[in-house]
Design a protein around this ligand. Structure first.
Ligand code: PMT
Length: 221
């Protein structure tokens, strides 16, 4: 029979970057391509889940069997996530901009004069932290952590600070963002499991299988 351990479960996934506008033609962004999050969405759908994928601006096709909601900014993403709750599992893969410009210029900013403009930044909502304390909190909340140093230590701190059950840590000092390969460490209350470097599709499959096991422990024989 087909292996569909997530049948009947609703899984929410965020993916991609967010774009934070500066003026009508410019924005602040990051190097996330959405590949890892889209691969997780595809893997969850293959295992039978109902999947809602909230995506920032990316150029990827929607995986088969996935409901996709496109957003631009962190605040749009927070709203789309709120509207999707309740779900059984939330997996926050998006590289959400921590800051946005405080005032978005109504017209294209001009190079008049000599001094470059100063951008005043303000903090965006933390979507993962918001989901973790929601009264509709999913049974399993999985965050990601993109780190360039002290990967496991920072991920462990993020797990606690953001109230996630698991944090999937990846070292993004190489070309993980935008690339096809990833090496992750799954940080839980029980400890750390390090997976070997492999294609993002395989990382996705391994992670989603572990999530299925955590929700429905396999029957012992
Ligand atoms: O998209 P790819 O090119 O495939 O690259 C994949 C990836 C490297 C982007 C992905 O694997 C990854 O690590 N995603 C998390 C990136 C990130 O922003 O990490 P962070 O350490 O800044 O954030 C920690 C967690 O909080 C993440 O789950 C993030 O979604 C969440 N967050 C962060 C800020 C914010 N305002 N709201 C959030 O929900």
């Amino acid at each position: 029979p087909p292996h569909r351990p997530l049948f009947g479960k609703h899984v929410l996934i965020t993916a991609g970057p967010t774009h934070e506008p500066i003026d009508p033609v410019r924005y602040i962004a990051n190097r996330s391509s959405g590949k890892q999050g889209f691969a997780i969405a595809a893997a969850a759908a293959q295992l039978g889940a109902r999947v809602t994928l909230v995506s920032g601006p990316v150029t990827l096709p929607t995986p088969v069997g996935v409901d996709r909601v496109d957003v631009e900014t962190a605040r749009d993403m927070a709203e789309a996530v709120k509207r999707t709750l309740p779900v059984d599992v939330a997996i926050m893969v998006a590289a959400v901009a921590d800051w946005r410009t405080q005032d978005v210029a109504a017209e294209k900013m001009k190079k008049r004069g000599s001094a470059p403009p100063a951008l005043r930044l303000t903090e965006n909502p933390d979507i993962l932290a918001m989901v973790s304390v929601s009264d509709k909190r999913p049974k399993l909340v999985v965050g990601f952590a993109a780190e360039t140093e002290k990967v496991i230590q920072h991920a462990t701190e993020k797990r606690q600070r953001k109230g996630a059950d698991w944090i999937v840590a990846n070292d993004v000092s190489g070309d993980v963002m935008g690339g096809n390969i990833n090496a992750v460490h799954i940080v839980t209350a029980q400890g750390v499991e390090s997976l070997p470097e492999m294609p993002k599709d395989d990382v996705a499959r391994a992670l989603v299988e572990r999530i299925a096991d955590a929700l429905v422990p396999p029957a012992s024989s």
